[in-house]
Design a protein around this ligand. Structure first.
Ligand code: T3D
Length: 265
């Protein structure tokens, strides 16, 4: 596991099966730099490899979640800079790493999430927002089209008309509206955010991690399948789930009328 001193722009902490990744450039609302994207990728690789990590929480230090690409860094690029390559090397890998990580990922949206920062929040499995959080697509404000998976996730979460509206106007969505739209799972008062997330993360970290991972695999896949294909895919995945120790423990615990002790195996 990389130790915390290996990172300059994020905090990485593991306790009780939960890895917490904190974007840590609060004076810039945790705007994302190339270095930060590399550190995030390294942290997510550790989360994937380490069996002791059974839930991942991503949040921001200070009053923001993340304001997206650091525009100061962006304004200093050379003439031969390719934005497509920058995206392929950075945010595209990050979004895929979050989606392909077979462990639950909770985005704790403590403040504004904009641009690629919104992309990271949308790539998590659940979003718990503070009542001070807000959501801004931001691309249109600087004359860009969406990237970082924001178009893909927004269209699926809130439908094409609302996705278009948020992308084309760039207007700020409050936490309450985000809840109504289905962008977030829950909104809690800022002072209760930590307690709420810690209870949820603990529940997930003590769950049957492989089944949760397989559930994520199924949801990722069925998005592009017909019903008949999805049924077949579910059947194949269930063949894997039924062989896990946690399945055996779940059934044994039910029959013995006691709570299950899942090991994540
Ligand atoms: O190649 C590629 O990577 C292209 C990919 C692009 C992906 C993207 O993410 S594009 C979108 C980039 N993000 C934005 O355009 C958002 C810009 N920021 C804002 O619109 C606003 O800051 C917010 C709506 C997010 C929050 O507004 P507010 O009023 O709460 O805060 P603020 O006062 O604007 O910002 C506080 C500080 O953070 C401020 O610094 P200062 O003046 O106190 O020294 C501001 O400049 C800085 N900051 C905010 N966002 C960014 C930033 N600095 C660098 N980059 C930012 N994105």
């Amino acid at each position: 596991m990389p130790d915390q001193s290996a990172f300059e722009t994020i905090l990485f902490d593991v306790a009780d099966g939960i890895a917490t990744i904190t974007l840590n450039r609060p004076e810039r609302l945790n705007a994302l730099t190339t270095g930060m994207a590399k550190e995030l990728l390294a942290a997510l690789k550790t989360c994937a490899r380490d069996d002791a990590i059974r839930c991942v929480v991503i949040t921001g230090a200070g009053r923001g979640f993340s304001a997206g690409q650091d525009l100061a860094e962006f304004s200093q690029v050379s003439d031969d800079f390719s934005v497509a390559d920058h995206l392929r090397r950075g945010y595209n890998r990050l979004v895929l790493a979050l989606r392909e990580l077979e462990k639950p990922v909770i985005a704790v949206v403590n403040g504004v999430a904009a641009g690629a920062g919104l992309g990271l929040a949308l790539a998590a499995d659940m979003r718990i927002a503070s009542d001070r959080a807000s959501f801004v697509t931001a691309f249109i404000g600087i004359g860009l089209a969406p990237d970082s998976g924001v178009s893909w996730h927004l269209e699926r979460l809130i439908g094409p008309a609302r996705a278009f509206e948020l992308l084309a106007t760039g207007r700020k969505v409050t936490a309450e509206e985000a809840l109504r739209l289905g962008l977030v799972n829950q909104v809690v008062p800022a002072q209760e955010l930590e307690t709420t997330v810690s209870a949820l993360a603990r529940q997930l970290a003590h769950g049957p991690t492989r089944s949760i991972g397989l559930t994520k695999r199924v949801l990722n896949k069925v998005a592009t399948l017909t019903l008949a294909e999805a049924l077949e895919y579910e059947a194949q995945i269930q063949d894997i789930a039924i062989r896990t120790a946690d399945h055996r423990e779940g059934v044994r615990a039910f029959l013995e009328k006691r709570p299950p002790q899942f090991s994540g195996k």
